[in-house]
Ligand binder design. Sequence first.
Ligand code: PLP
Length: 396
Amino acid sequence: MANGITPTEPSMHFSPDLITPSLPVPHHATATPIFQSSSFLFDSYAQIADVFAGRSDRYIYSRGDNPTVSELEALIARLEGTESARGFSSGMAAICGAVMPFVTAGDRIVTVEHIYSDAFRLFETVLKRFGVSVTYVDGRDTQALIDALPGAKLVYLESPTSWTFRLQDVAAVGEAARRLGVISVIDNSWATPIFQTPAALGIDLIVHAASKYLSGHSDTLGGLVAGPKALIGKIDHEATHLYGGRMSPVDAFLILRGMRTLELRMQAHRDSGLYLARRLADHSLVTAVHHPGLLVERPKGLTGFGGLFAFDLADGVDVEGFCNALRVVRIGVSWGGPESLMVPGQAACGLAGAANSFRRFGVSPRTIRLAVGLEPVAVLEQDVLNAISSAQRAAA
Ligand SMILES: Cc1ncc(COP(=O)(O)O)c(C=O)c1O
């Protein structure tokens, strides 16, 4: 490896589908074309009648299906090892699509502390308004998670969690949920199918914020849900057609283009992230590093790591001074692109509005979330270390 790290796990799977289109492409093009059409034509009454009656699967209207979006859906389903998948206009639209069609007033869902802040807001505001209750469990406690399942409709995991990067025993929860008839959902945006395939661990529905690593270039938003035909059928009927937050053909094209380099990019994010996490863990002015690769116990079912992690600055370092001293790492939300970005916990804790997950679950104002991009890792290391030492002086 260029930065001297030995990969933690050599078992990444390669899929030729990542590189070239799998569906027949007009004129044998190497890249999937953008089918920028809202509607599709029929030559006769019989054709449209057949489609309406479900006797033919021709394209009708792009809120239902579109060939460019279908190509991406087929690709993510193959990578995740599921029967089917559906594309949405953002990761949040995908989370809504994976959860809302399955719950009704009086139901209860189980989830983990420190889930993505807007998933938390969705559960706390919209779901609760519609009479769905939510149980939050420390996801590191597998038995507590399993004990919360009886009587629940759905369990929603995010392994690792946002900001604190806590893992769940995905296989144990998946098995228990299946035994108890509870639908299981996981946000797999951080690991991507390159490092974690939750369907193989017994999880029903896999959600992706494709805005992150899958697209990989910070130039688009998108979401995906992969799972068995029966569950995707229900999502299809309700979320894709009726909520209408469908992925556009251009976004599907951009995500497909990004995914052609997914495997290489994930190797770089993994190696640089782990290198910086280890370097910061040894730093006298860093009190904690939140990165699953630093756990003594080997994470189950996870064969590699995303480049997003967090660390806590010691009291002697001024958080604001640290942020302003960075020269290469930029201040900005989101992650998964080529540029390194950071968000200070101090600002996130001050997020306006109801249902602030940072305050609710106790994210430290001294936590810095760092999305390690694709710059040379030595440049990033220098930048972060310089910023720590200049902020130390500012605090002094
Ligand atoms: C872990 C995680 N899941 C889901 C989302 C939502 O994705 P989107 O911004 O595309 O709606 C995000 C966005 O930051 C995220 O960090």
